[in-house]
Design a protein around this ligand. Structure first.
Ligand SMILES: Cc1ncc(COP(=O)(O)O)c(C=O)c1O
Length: 381
């Protein structure tokens, strides 16, 4: 991935009209990212950590650290190293609950402050950690609201979580619970139910929770809209009060998607229009659109089509089948795209809100993919 430090563009439209890129690229606005981070820190009643997996680029991490984010959810020793290089004093939460022995050693050596666990093996692996360490038992309940079910892979049942929490507390660690409602979760009820269940787990374990980590999962668009984020936070605060009252634990959140999505747009180009009317774009599901294959509702409304001169293509639309540039027929967008009929070969596609899980999932399959990031003052609509 190459970053351009010298070029500072005003907007993706500016990039299109002046650079006329023939390769797909990302436009990143550190200012939009910092606005989002500040909005989270000002409104969330607890510690805001950033889930590095959503976008681990140095520029993103530097922008976050510069505006005050100093705690990170990391999923691997590699992410630990990346964060520590930028912020040596960062607080690290190793909340990928399954770790190989060498990964545990790396986390212990790095002084991880919080470990998530969801079974006895995971807990046994970290018994030698200092007692000031937090053990966050990850639990899951039936899936509500997220784009897909995070409970399929991780999370103890509430009954098992109570046993693990008790063991962690008895061993002298800082007792905590954690959950993840599923990414791009629009349903407040998910947090409501998880928080209620957390209180029951703590009660059954007879443990006073020190912290409760309410996960990531916030939808991408709350990142640009404090009022929308507040709706989630108000539900969370009300349920914490109802479930825990005076003994409320300290709260932690770990947004990935909602933190970084809105700070990136992707700029792609229409490479060909076939006799059939099908379109080939210069990037697809092996590149920046990788997540679209798995999300039930990619942000298709956030696509804009521009001529190379920067004129917005508007008017009647046609439903098009869209393929990416590779030789592979799986490289096809999962739904038809409404494309203005005036769009022609060489026109540009701006996909908004592409900061999370796009750059990190981009491959170089067939020699394609968005491997360039330009810095813009502003992105988004
Ligand atoms: C433990 C943990 N925390 C936070 C996140 C970030 O989730 P999101 O990007 O939906 O906010 C993830 C995503 O996989 C995760 O596994």
């Amino acid at each position: 991935m190459t970053y351009e430090r010298t070029a500072f563009w005003v907007s993706p439209k500016d990039v299109i009209t002046r650079l006329k890129p023939i390769e797909p690229l990302f436009c990143f606005s550190p200012l939009v990212l910092q606005d989002t981070a500040v909005m989270f820190m000002q409104n969330f009643p607890g510690l805001v950590t950033y889930a590095v997996k959503a976008n681990d680029s140095v520029q993103v991490l530097q922008a976050l650290v510069a505006c005050g984010i100093d705690a990170f959810d990391v999923a691997s020793p590699d992410e630990i190293d990346t964060v520590r290089e930028i912020c040596p004093s960062a607080r690290l939460h190793y909340h990928n609950p399954v770790r190989a022995p060498h990964e545990v050693q790396a986390g212990l050596a790095a002084g991880v402050a919080s470990w998530s666990v969801d079974d006895a093996t995971g807990l046994a692996q970290i018994m030698s950690a200092p007692k000031s360490t937090e053990i966050a038992v990850r639990f899951c309940i039936p899936h509500v609201g997220g784009a897909y079910d995070f409970g399929e892979k991780f999370g103890a049942t509430p009954e098992r979580a109570a046993e693990l929490l008790k063991q962690a507390a008895e061993a002298g660690f800082v007792p905590s619970l954690t959950f993840h409602p599923g990414t791009e979760c629009h349903d407040f009820k998910a947090w409501d139910r998880y928080i209620k269940t957390a209180a029951k787990i703590a009660k059954n374990a007879n443990v006073r929770l020190k912290t409760l980590n309410i996960g990531g999962g916030f939808p991408a668009k709350v990142g640009r809209d404090g009022a929308e984020l507040l709706k989630f936070i108000n539900v969370i605060k009300a349920q914490i009060q109802a479930s825990f009252g005076e003994g409320a634990p300290n709260l932690v959140c770990e947004p990935g998607r909602a933190m970084v999505s809105q700070s990136y747009d992707a700029v792609l180009q229409v490479k060909a229009i076939r006799e059939t009317g099908d379109m080939i774009w210069n990037d697809g599901i092996y590149g920046s659109l990788a997540e679209w294959r798995d999300m039930t509702s990619p942000n298709l409304t956030d696509l804009e089509f521009l001529s190379p001169q920067g004129e917005l293509r508007v008017g009647a639309t046609t439903d098009r089948t869209v393929f990416g540039p590779t030789c592979d027929s799986l490289d096809k967008l999962p739904v038809q795209i409404q494309v203005p009929s005036s769009v022609d070969v060489g026109d540009y596609v701006i996909a908004r809100g592409m900061g999370a899980y796009a750059q990190v999932l981009c491959t170089a399959f067939n020699g394609y993919g968005a491997h360039r990031v330009v810095i813009c003052q502003n992105v988004g609509k």
